[in-house]
Design a protein around this ligand. Sequence first.
Ligand SMILES: Cc1ncc(C[n+]2csc(CCOP(=O)(O)OP(=O)(O)OP(=O)(O)O)c2C)c(N)n1
Ligand SMILES: [Mg+2]
Length: 242
Amino acid sequence: MGHFTKGTLEGSMAQGLIEVERKFLPGPGTEERLQELGGTLEHRVTFRDTYYDTPELSLMQADHWLRRREDSGWELKCPGAAGVLGHHTEYKELTAEPTIVAQLCKVLGADGLGAGDVAAVLGPLGLQEVASFVTKRSAWKLVLLGTDEEEPQLRVDLDTADFGYAVGEVEALVHEEAEVPAALEKIHRLSSMLGVPAQETAPAKLIVYLQRFRPQDYQRLLEVNSSKQRPQATEDPDNCLG
Ligand SMILES: Cc1ncc(C[n+]2csc(CCOP(=O)(O)OP(=O)(O)OP(=O)(O)O)c2C)c(N)n1
Ligand SMILES: [Mg+2]
């Protein structure tokens, strides 16, 4: 996994936007540093995420991540176009339930389940809870000095999961692919001002959860990840940007 993930956000508020992000390990001084850099705290929020998969983890093995987030509904992250910028990977974030159901059926090879609620197809598709945890997030916004455009602003989320793991994300939202390199450059710049070592990466909360509480599942995922090359977006029938 590279340092960045990028997904196209769906939904009324953020239609067509591309999310470019980098995860890092925050320290005790990270919030203070954000303030010194002119960052503003947008909000603090607490939410529970529950992830679903088959007993064999068919979705995760296909790089699909299905979750229900308390108060904001279902979301499926699925692989987007292969990264052309080196280290980052891309995810499209589906939030419309009929679209999620259609993609689930495609990945799991199921037919004739209709296009209704996600909850209604969990049983038929053999999907069950694999992880559930609460995140406390502080969401920050920041404009880099010496940047003339008003956007994209950078966002920083500082998350602490209820099982004790803390992880940060620096992210930018852009409108088109052509803006991604500049966004990556800003993310790099802010990360380094936050004292993040250049090569540092941090695992997703879910990955750490599996490692700690479902070690056999974690092992299964590792084996798949090391034994297969990520398919090119254009050749991958499961790709949901395609
Ligand atoms: C080794 C490895 N690590 C990560 C991945 C990708 N991955 C792992 S879990 C996962 C799903 C969770 O993504 P994450 O960015 O951690 O979610 P979160 O920050 O809580 O929510 P937001 O509010 O940003 O939507 C993905 C895409 C992978 N395929 N392989
Ligand atoms: Mg994230």
